[in-house]
Design a protein around this ligand. Structure first.
Ligand code: ATP
Ligand code: MG
Length: 387
């Protein structure tokens, strides 16, 4: 379904409102049939990107192409895209059928074709039995499905979805995420989705573009974003992460000796067996790990599930050590809070093993802190990245 032909191309697009820059030099290609999600905090420019694609905004500079055609100067109705907006609105005085038929009628589609197409779209979102109802007689999730049916009924090349699930409760949101994925498979069209919810972005997308203050910090598959974040912002925006400060002592190809939390440790620059430090490549603000040499300040990032704890033997010296200060039972897993010898607290997540309760750590126990080899992420410490 997905192929590598470009469907959407943003060529060095920037946008300012008055003298406020909102998007800076966005340059990216979305392929036909791809599910791409813009993920980022409130105000980072996600809706603005969708409005530029839909034609409701004009870029301050740069070009927008859809299906190989330059649409930068075309109005919304001349673009092969349809949008489900952040605050979707159905026409309250119209039935479900008429809401979905609206766009087709505007284009003077024959009545028979309208009926077929509307029912086909309603079937897709499982709302065909509700065709005669008015929006006020539907739940929030049902209204949202009708909004999606209305957007897909005229078979756009691209479906733009701006936080379409944010008003729904947790269970319904999960169900709709699965339905949207299915819909993408059925329709084979390109989905561009916007959310500030990491879990939602990861569960549906082929690629995720993590945004911050009008820039794309990283665009990659969900697993690469999670396991090989390019910088501290991305690392922290997608899940929990432990951060250690350190300094390079010596470097040897793809590994290095470093002083971390006052102890000498070996660090891998390859990361996840990936060979050559792909996650060390420069990001929006990052310099490559290639620039690291003896004396360089670094940050070492470690996901809680990659931390490995071992009981420290009495008199053990050297290496990273700490003491368990709290344990939090989570069902499948247990969160362990470890206070390192220098006072820093970190989070380690372990699977709960009912068969070996003696393996569980208890508060007060001294532990050695390590990690699954190659799963640490090393970044140059620029000292300027904060959240
Ligand atoms: N028409 C406008 N005029 C002036 N400023 C605007 C306009 N539209 C958006 N902005 C500003 O541009 C920035 C980005 O807004 P945008 O709506 O794209 O953010 P967002 O990432 O969608 O946020 P949210 O997650 O809250 O929906 C914000 O600072 C916003 O105030
Ligand atoms: Mg928005």
């Amino acid at each position: 379904m997905e192929n590598t032909l470009p469907c959407i191309e943003l060529e060095h697009v920037s946008k300012r409102f008055g003298d406020q820059p909102v998007l800076g030099d966005i340059h990216l290609t979305i392929n036909h049939g791809e599910f791409l999600t813009f993920l980022g905090p409130s105000g980072c420019g996600k809706t603005t990107i969708l409005r530029l694609l839909a034609g409701f905004e004009h870029p301050s500079s740069g070009r927008v192409r859809i299906g190989g055609k330059d649409v930068t100067d075309l109005p919304p109705h001349k673009r092969a895209v349809n949008t489900v907006f952040q605050n979707y609105a159905l026409f309250p005085h119209m039935t479900v059928f008429d809401n979905v038929a609206f766009g087709l009628r505007m284009r003077r589609t024959p009545a028979k074709v309208i009926e077929e197409d509307v029912f086909s779209a309603l079937r897709m979102v499982k709302m065909e039995t509700h065709h005669a109802r008015r929006p006020s007689q539907l739940s929030g999730g049902q209204q949202q499905r009708v909004a999606i049916a209305r957007a897909v009924v005229n078979k756009p090349l691209v479906l733009l979805l701006d936080e379409p699930l944010s008003a729904l409760d947790y269970k319904l949101r999960k169900a709709m995420q699965i339905e949207l994925k299915e819909l993408r498979r059925t329709l084979g069209i390109t989905f561009v989705f916007v959310t500030h919810d990491q879990e939602e972005a990861f569960s549906m997308s082929d690629r995720v573009a993590v945004m911050n203050e009008g820039a794309i910090e990283q665009i990659d598959s969900p697993s690469v974003i999670y396991e090989k974040p390019k910088n501290l912002f991305v690392a922290r925006f997608v899940g929990e992460i432990n951060t250690f400060e350190g300094r390079v002592l010596s470097r040897n190809g793809v590994s290095m000796q470093a002083l971390v939390e006052g102890e000498e440790v070996r660090l891998s620059l390859g990361g996840n067996g990936n060979g050559n430090g792909a996650h060390c490549a420069s990001g929006a603000h990052g310099t490559a790990c290639g620039s690291l040499s003896a004396g360089s300040p670094i940050k070492v990032l470690l996901r809680p599930e990659d931390v490995r704890l071992e009981r420290a033997a009495p008199g053990d010296a050297g290496g990273l050590t700490g003491a368990i200060v709290d344990t939090v039972y989570k069902g499948m897993t247990i969160d362990l809070i470890v206070e390192m010898s220098g006072g820093k607290k970190i989070l380690a997540t372990e699977f709960f093993n009912e068969d070996a309760p003696e393996a569980l750590f208890s508060v007060g126990e001294r532990v050695r802190v390590g990690w699954v080899e190659d799963w640490e992420v090393v970044l140059p410490d620029e000292g300027s990245q904060s959240l």
